[in-house]
Write a protein that binds this ligand. Structure first.
Ligand code: UD1
Ligand code: BG6
Length: 371
């Protein structure tokens, strides 16, 4: 049931304040005078010791689920102190890449049925790794076959382009990082700040959804473009990849997410006064590096659309020619949850304006159960 919305993708974008609330329900502990703020993931509590002892955590997924894991990677590395590596399921299988008994392999999948991810799970089980599932579908093959896991509880997602599952997956993996790091005194204040940030997240997502009309206006400007680049780094490298994936898969426009640190090693050659470029430059430890990226793109007459933290327009606007998307600030590791929303809205409006099928883009399926 689409309710008041025209498309499922639109409904699913707008219901993110509620889906995130459901994802966190019963799993965050506010703390009090004698009790620390903490996280409780029922499906993992008996396995946390094993995970903490593992030599490596390997994230495995496809498409949007892979991007969600990439968004959570930095905070998991920070709070666990364990090396975290990333695998696209098909590529792991193509290489028969090494997976060891001492590894924790985390399988991320909305449907829980994606053939490549499922086969990578069988491979990791054969190799003796502890296999953890992060899925939206209770009773799915991945939920059943993993040793343990966490349901994201985002509610049924119908649009082929994943939106609310993406933000809920990031939140679950941030909670996973908090749970693994729970025994470390030195990071207690940082964990407390992230937990406060999680409590605030649904209201901040509500706030960023108010950009709907602004994103529709931006879509009108971009309607006839051939291509759109999205530059990000750090926590928001994943936002660049996922924003570009949304534009590509539903609006049927060529789009590439680019790691800003790689700009000089190729992408800079594409920059001219015609190609639109989104630069994500919200406040975090990479902010000054992104300011310098903006300056360099501007110097080559790049057509810039800059996403920045509310109140920062003047600090990111060189020469006054860029378009600005201002978003609310949250704890740095949760910022990808906020930053993807305007890009989801942009992809949605571009698709409608270009007259394409929003909920079932040509050639794509919600759940790819064949290889
Ligand atoms: C569980 C209940 C929830 C209830 C809550 C109360 C289910 C599905 N969940 O939620 O209804 O409100 O207790 O405490 O009955 N699992 C995997 N692989 C996966 C995902 C999950 O093995 O990919 C396993 C978990 O390890 C766990 C079980 O499935 O044993 C349920 O996981 P989850 O729903 O995340 O657990 P809770 O949040 O505790
Ligand atoms: C398909 C979907 O390609 O599978 C994507 O169209 C999705 O939206 C990808 O991200 C992975 O699916 P899942 O269910 O494993 O997360």
């Amino acid at each position: 049931n689409k309710g008041k919305y025209e498309h499922y993708m639109q409904k699913e974008i707008h219901e993110q304040p509620e889906s995130l609330t459901t994802t966190m329900r019963g799993r965050l502990i506010r703390g009090g005078s004698c009790k620390a703020k903490s996280v409780l993931l029922g499906g993992l509590k008996d396995h946390l010791k094993t995970i903490r002892r593992s030599r490596r955590i390997v994230f495995i997924g496809c498409g949007t689920s892979y991007n969600a894991a990439l968004a959570a990677r930095p905070i998991l590395e920070e709070l666990s102190g364990i090396p975290v590596t990333m695998e696209i399921a098909s590529d792991l299988l193509d290489r028969q890449g090494p997976i060891y008994r001492e590894d924790t392999a985390v399988f991320v999948s909305q449907s829980g049925e994606t053939a490549d991810t499922l086969q990578a799970l069988e491979y990791a089980l054969e190799n003796g790794a502890l296999c953890v599932g992060i899925t939206n579908t209770v009773g799915s093959a991945i939920a059943r076959n993993t040793h343990c896991g966490v349901h994201i509880n985002a509610g049924c997602e119908i649009g082929v382009a994943s939106t609310k599952a993406y933000t809920s997956q990031i939140v679950v993996m941030a909670m996973l990082a908090l749970a693994i790091g729970d025994d470390t005194i030195s990071s207690q204040a940082r964990r407390g700040a992230i937990i406060d940030g999680l409590f605030d997240l649904p209201s901040k997502v509500k706030e960023v959804l108010k950009l709907d009309q602004e994103m529709k206006d931006l879509a009108k400007l971009l309607i006839a473009e051939q291509s759109l680049l999205v530059f990000g780094r750090g926590y928001n490298y994943a936002t660049a990849l996922e924003g570009a994936l949304k534009v590509k898969e539903v609006a049927l426009m060529h789009s590439e997410g680019i790691l800003a640190g790689e700009m000089k090693h190729g992408p800079l050659a594409l920059v001219d006064e015609t190609l639109p470029i989104v630069v994500i430059a919200t406040r975090d430890a990479c902010f000054s590096k992104q300011q310098s990226v903006i300056q360099q793109l501007h110097a080559r007459k790049g057509r810039l659309i800059v996403m920045c933290t509310k109140g920062d327009a003047a600090s990111v606007c060189v020469g006054g020619s860029s378009r600005i998307i201002e978003v609310p600030r949250v704890e740095d590791c949760l910022q990808p949850v906020i930053n993807i929303v305007p890009l989801q809205l942009l992809a949605y409006h571009l698709t409608v304006l270009r007259g394409y099928n929003v909920d079932q883009p040509r050639n794509l399926a919600k759940s790819v159960t064949t290889q």
